[in-house]
Design a protein around this ligand. Structure first.
Ligand SMILES: [Zn+2]
Ligand SMILES: [Zn+2]
Length: 114
């Protein structure tokens, strides 16, 4: 097959000069890259959530009652907030089991304090 023969493009069905990049293929690559970039932070977030969900479920199984009022705990909160100690996010000694009402009250009190 002669090297300089025009080729029918597999992307757009048109004929391009040899060495010319198909604009449709280029656009498709750009779009694919943009989609990939847009997906990346979410993938990281999903990993974060999975890790946290696992730690949270294990902690709730071990400490099923609210630390403040003794009711059934609904969630796990951080004693030292993550924004102050990001490295203690999965540190179980920084966890406490809370019921929803206590969690709301606790968070509100904390927000007033800070
Ligand atoms: Zn083309
Ligand atoms: Zn409670």
């Amino acid at each position: 097959m002669p090297a300089r023969a025009p080729r029918v493009c597999g992307h757009c069905g048109g004929v391009h000069q040899s060495g010319e990049r198909c604009p449709k293929a280029a656009a498709r690559d750009r779009e694919r890259k943009a989609r990939h970039d847009a997906r990346r932070p979410n993938a990281r977030k999903r990993g974060y959530d999975r890790e946290w969900e696992k730690a949270r479920a294990e902690y709730l199984a071990a400490y099923p009652f609210c630390r403040r009022c003794g009711a059934k705990a609904d969630l796990v909160d951080h004693i030292i907030p993550i924004r102050k100690a990001p490295h203690r996010r999965l540190d179980r000694t920084n966890f406490m089991a809370l019921c929803t009402p206590c969690h709301s009250g606790w968070k509100q009190a904390q927000d007033k304090r800070t």
